[in-house]
Design a protein around this ligand. Structure first.
Ligand SMILES: NC(=O)c1ccc[n+]([C@@H]2O[C@H](COP(=O)([O-])OP(=O)(O)OC[C@H]3O[C@@H](n4cnc5c(N)ncnc54)[C@H](OP(=O)(O)O)[C@@H]3O)[C@@H](O)[C@H]2O)c1
Length: 291
């Protein structure tokens, strides 16, 4: 089996890649501050912002392909820690691209819908980026510099993702599930729209893009939906009769990072390659059966 290196293997997406790719690849994963064992994955504890550790990682693993999911992925954290965000989200991501170029192996970089300003959705790959927060700015810089350094790299812009969570990282839906279960009030935006994507569909899209796509590709879910309507759909599917979901507007709640209103992605380029995320209701029903 070929060797696949997954950075951020204990993160939400990385853990789901490990879970879904085992048996098809010989898996190597990096972890950093949360040192957990992942079944069937050779995990290594690495700070990806340390160039010599990165060099050692490539020398020891000699991967056949890399999917880079490690990141400072919380936009509010990045807004107040811009230097740290730059080091992991830009510098480390570009350095990994340079190693992949040296080793002549496929490199998938996971970017985000937050490279857009949210005023002209749905967004296609050819649309100009215009980030409104530090996280989006750093992911956009990384995209550009990765493709300069290694034009054969694949930049997958992911929508907001949800699904089963690993031992440490969670998706945005887990705190919502807990609040619904406990009957705590949940304020959800009626004026913020995304094209949410299940972890299963995200992983399928990443493997479709690996080897087939040079440059940028959008991997979004098939429906544009507000946070509020997503919450209502969750409530129905997971049968939380006592959930207290309150509609609110995004300006009512102050958060450090500005939030674009609608960064829905047009994923027709991926669809042409066979990318087929399920309708949201089916994705949620599948999750309900597997929780
Ligand atoms: N989740 C979403 O809805 C979403 C949406 C759009 C795009 N994305 C993108 O998708 C990718 C995966 O996101 P995610 O939600 O799975 O992230 P996550 O759960 O926050 O995981 C982040 C991972 O990065 C690792 N990491 C952080 N700093 C590191 C460092 N200096 N050296 C090595 N590893 C480090 C963490 O390891 P430790 O925990 O061990 O420190 C963890 O494994 C990211 O590129 C993100 O920007 C995510």
């Amino acid at each position: 089996m070929k060797k696949l290196l997954i950075t951020g293997a204990n993160g939400f997406l990385g853990w789901n890649i490990c879970r879904l790719a085992k048996g098809r690849w010989h898996l190597f994963g990096t972890v950093y501050s949360n040192q957990v064992e992942i079944p069937d994955v050779n995990t290594m504890n690495i700070d990806l912002t340390d160039h010599s550790e990165l060099e050692r990682l490539f020398e020891e693993v000699r991967p056949d392909a890399v999917i880079h999911t490690a990141a400072a992925s919380d936009a509010n954290f990045c807004q107040v820690n811009p230097d740290l965000s730059y080091r992991i989200n830009v510098e480390a991501s570009v350095n990994i691209a340079l190693f992949c170029s040296d080793y002549v192996i496929p490199y998938v970089y996971t970017s985000t819908d937050l490279v857009f300003d949210g005023l002209n959705a749905p967004y296609r790959e050819s649309d100009p980026v215009f980030p409104v927060n530090v996280y989006g700015e750093h992911k956009a810089q990384a995209e550009e510099r990765i493709l300069q350094a290694y034009p054969q790299a694949t930049v997958c812009r992911m929508s907001l993702m949800f699904g089963l969570s690993g031992p440490v990282a969670k998706s945005f839906m887990q705190p919502m599930l807990l609040a619904m279960k406990e009957g705590r009030e949940l304020n959800l935006f009626v004026n913020e729209f995304r094209t949410p994507l299940s972890a299963e569909s995200a992983v399928a899209g990443l493997f479709l893009a690996l080897n087939k796509v040079c440059g940028i590709i959008h991997l979004g879910g098939r429906e544009r939906i507000s946070r509020y309507d997503f919450g209502k759909l969750m409530q129905e599917t997971f049968k939380f009769e006592n959930a207290k979901i309150r509609p609110c507007k995004k300006d009512e709640i102050h958060l450090p990072a500005p939030r674009p209103a609608d960064v829905s992605l047009d994923s027709s380029k991926a669809a042409a390659l066979g990318f087929r995320p399920l309708p949201l209701i089916e994705e949620l029903q599948n999750l309900y059966e597997n929780l």
